[in-house]
Design a protein around this ligand. Structure first.
Ligand code: ADP
Length: 593
């Protein structure tokens, strides 16, 4: 619409200019032609008047009215003009257009302007509408002189129809010329306007693309240096600059987005009304939500955590940084450290930035460490208390009682053994946990190793009336740290005997697993309650504390097993039925065979 209206404006401006110029020319031309035509007619009429005056001024004519009348009518016919002869009193003496009889009845002509002009000594001239003939007439009057004395007035009148004919023919030509020129002007104006509009249209089209965010377009301007060319060049420069800036911002945004999403910490940005503007991937994972679900919604509506929501509200209302621990109740329970900073927009709080650390693991490790220290202290305290008690008893005189003192010393010895075993196990564990321990892997046959372990436990098994057996393919070999695997077998077989019943059995055999070689240590012992199975490999975890202690257990055997197998990238497990027995197994990955 704008395009066409501007074009029309241009066309009409050109058209109006040409029309106005031609109009003026036509008007002045018309006036000029009219003037010149009249002048020509006037001078011709004057000449005719002078000639006729010559014939009329003779006395024979002036004093002979019938003759004068005839003369006027003859000459009038010949020159095509009306001839009137008037005396000095204004009385008409003859008129070529009026019958002779009616002449005396004609109005006095003294009042006619052309007549009074002659009486004042000038040549009379007047254009007047003739009420007799109903047309414009040109009147020319000259004095009739007899012997240089004014004797009357000769008036010639010519209808101006001929002038008007000439003028209207000229006008027709002018109008036709005018119309033709205007038509041509219109066509030329359209072509010119089109040529002028074309670059503007290009600019409009490119600008509309710019407005839609497409800055890849450039306006073609043929290197023209006029105002439109310069405008196009400026717009092109602007588009290039914006395109460059947008690309720069987009790259920066991508970097920020990548950082934002790869952050381990969860980040939530809200506006001042607590509507979520943005969350990162860590938040999606932490709260089990998707970005699309929460962005644009109120925090409480989208993320639904009243603890964090209150912190955000508090940080924004106090305009201060707040850091607090928040517990996420939904299973699995999580402990989060929420750091909320108000975001300022022109010195006013305009939103909030919350950074959330998942400190569940840190807290769990802290608890494990605390429990571990408590457990170790407790484990050490019990034998130490006993040792101290017996030593004090001995010092207080029991030393003299030979029989009892030997028993006491044996008990002290047992407790020292326990302390030793505990310290050994603790050292072993800490050594493995520090990850400094490197495995010295070799390829070895399992059957001889198991046989050796069985031999070591032979007497202990006999004492408990437990039958030891193993069934392993002769060629079964694994690639592992032999000493460590021996320790695993020792711990498992030891437990299998310890927690067995009289006339029970312990069997070691192999099985296949998709992950590698599986070794099973099966016993017919007390078994493990299902509720304890998930925790059985934890340090100091025991099903029956008293029984374990009584049997000289440290509560660390299975955690050492687990560590060793995990160092081999393998896995451990147990299948057990309370009262029937247990099957402890470990898998050494095939890749390490
Ligand atoms: P402990 O030194 O107490 O034996 P472990 O870590 O070796 O410590 O074992 C942890 C606990 O697991 C034991 O106290 C015992 O309750 C249970 N347990 C281990 N092996 C067996 C088994 N073969 N049969 C029944 N219970 C077992």
């Amino acid at each position: 619409m704008i395009k066409s209206s501007f074009k029309l404006k241009l066309i009409f401006s050109y058209f109006f200019l040409i029309f106005a110029s031609l109009g003026f020319i036509a008007f002045f031309l018309d006036r000029h032609i009219e003037e010149k035509t009249l002048q020509g007619i006037e001078s011709a009429l004057l000449n005719e008047a002078r000639l006729i005056e010559n014939q009329v001024s003779v006395p024979s004519a002036l004093n002979n009215p019938p003759y004068l009348d005839k003369l006027c009518k003859d000459l009038g016919l010949r020159i095509g003009s009306r001839i009137t002869v008037i005396n000095l009193e204004g009385k008409v003496l003859a008129d070529s257009e009026v019958p002779f009889q009616q002449v005396p009845g004609m109005e006095n002509h003294l009042g006619r302007p052309e007549v009074s002009e002659v009486l004042q000594g000038r040549i009379g001239r007047e254009i007047r509408y003739s009420s007799t003939l109903k047309i414009d007439m040109l009147y020319m009057a000259v004095p009739i002189e007899k012997n240089n004395v004014r004797a009357g007035i000769l008036r010639l009148a010519l209808p101006l129809t001929s002038v008007q004919k000439v003028l209207s023919a000229a006008r027709k030509t002018i109008i036709v010329g005018l119309l033709f020129t205007l038509g041509l002007a219109f066509v030329l104006a359209s072509i010119l306007a089109k040529a002028l509009i074309r670059p503007i249209n290009r600019i409009i089209y490119a600008s509309s693309r710019f407005a839609k965010g497409d800055f890849s377009r450039r306006i073609f301007h043929q290197g023209s240096h006029d105002e439109i060319g310069r405008l196009a060049a400026t717009l092109n420069n602007m588009a290039q600059e914006i395109e460059y800036k947008i690309r720069e911002v987009a790259t920066k945004n991508q970097h920020l987005e990548a950082i934002f999403n790869s952050m381990i910490e969860g980040v939530i940005v809200t506006d001042r009304s607590s509507k979520v503007i943005s969350v990162n991937r860590a938040i999606e994972e932490l709260f089990g939500i998707s970005r699309a679900q929460v962005e644009g919604k109120f925090f409480q509506e989208g993320i639904r955590n009243s603890g964090i929501s209150e912190l955000i509200a508090e940080a924004m209302s106090s305009a201060r940084f707040i850091s607090k621990e928040v517990t996420l109740v939904m299973p699995p329970q999580k402990i989060l450290q929420a750091n909320v900073s108000p975001l300022f927009d022109q010195e006013k709080v305009g939103g909030s930035l919350t950074v959330i650390h998942d400190i569940t693991e840190i807290r769990r490790l802290e608890t494990v460490r605390r429990d571990f220290v408590a457990n170790v202290s407790h484990e050490l305290k019990t034998p130490l208390t006993s040792i101290k008690g017996f030593v004090e008893t001995l010092l207080e005189g029991a030393l003299d009682d030979k029989e009892n003192s030997v028993d006491f010393l044996r008990i002290i010895n047992n407790h020292t053994d326990r302390l030793n075993a505990l310290v050994d196990d603790l050292l072993e564990l800490s050594h493995m946990e520090s990850k400094e321990m490197s495995l010295s892997k070799t390829k070895f046959s399992l059957a001889p190793l198991v046989k050796e372990v069985m031999t070591v436990f032979g007497s202990q098994a006999k004492k408990k009336k437990v039958e030891l057996s193993f069934e392993l393919p002769q060629g079964l070999e694994i690639f592992a740290d032999k000493d460590k695997i021996e320790q695993v077998l020792v711990n498992l077989v030891n437990n299998a005997i310890k927690y067995n019943k009289e006339n029970g059995f312990v069997k070691v055999y192999s099985g296949q697993s998709k992950d590698g070689t599986k070794i099973v240590v099966e016993d017919s012992g007390s078994g493990i309650p299902a509720k304890d199975i998930p925790r059985i490999f934890e340090r100091f975890y025991r099903v029956d504390k008293a029984r374990s202690r009584e049997l000289g257990g440290t509560g660390l055997g299975l955690s050492i097993v687990k560590h060793i197998i995990e160092l081999h990238s393998g896995s451990v497990g147990v299948e057990s039925t309370e009262g029937l027995g247990s099957k402890f197994f470990f898998i050494i990955p095939a890749s390490s065979i």
